[in-house]
Design a protein. Structure first.
Length: 206
């Protein structure tokens, strides 16, 4: 039975935390402030609220303000600008090249951004499909809905899949529905729902 490797994108295949996430965050707060005509401080506060309730700024904006999701995603993810911060890695390419099985990307980010980052990483060859926030009707991981939706699209059973991720909550759902899980993290956060932990993606194959 050939394996399906499901890769998260940000902070799993490349470092998004240092330069990309702070910029996306800033853009999201600016967008909310402008769109709802509130101060940046109030926008920041509202985003925190939506995070707690919906797990994402966007869901809160759709539900409470009828915001157009594509307008929000395009305005907050300047793919051309953000992909400049991506560092290509030969080690990453080699790992993906060597890995046997189907390889796909499953990210909470929008499609136009994911395509740009994958291109900047120069790994287009090694990922056959990209599942973005649009693929799950704007329901982000770790929702069961998001995982079920992509399994349906893949026409695969969970036990055929290995989820490779930096986020523990996402791996918890992956494990719950029956996937194998690999945590990519420098911190020792191995738990019952993590099959294996590696500190860097390039340690995926020994
Ligand atoms: Mg991630």
């Amino acid at each position: 039975m050939s394996k399906i490797w499901i890769f998260d994108l940000d902070d799993t295949l490349h470092d998004a935390s240092s330069k990309i996430f702070p910029r996306i965050n800033q853009s999201m707060t600016a967008y909310v402030s402008h769109k709802l005509n509130i101060s940046l401080a109030d926008a920041h506060h509202l985003r925190n609220e939506y995070w707690k309730v919906y797990g994402a700024t966007l869901k809160g904006l759709i539900q409470n303000h009828g915001v157009n999701p594509q307008e929000f995603l395009l305005n907050t993810h300047d793919a051309e600008e953000l992909s400049k911060f991506v560092k290509q890695s030969h080690a990453l390419k080699n790992i993906l090249k060597k890995l046997i099985g189907k390889k796909i990307i499953f990210t909470n980010a929008p499609l136009h951004y994911a395509i740009a980052i994958i291109k900047a990483l120069n790994i287009q060859k090694y990922s056959s499909d990209i599942y973005s926030i649009e693929s799950t009707d704007y329901n982000p991981k770790p929702s069961h809905y998001a995982f079920r939706k992509i399994l349906k699209k893949l026409k695969k059973r969970p036990n055929q899949c290995v989820m490779v991720e930096d986020d523990l909550a996402n791996l918890k759902t992956a494990h719950k529905i029956g996937m194998k899980t690999i945590l990519v993290s420098k911190q020792n956060k191995k738990t019952a729902f993590v099959t294996k932990r590696i500190s860097k993606i390039t340690y995926l194959i020994h």
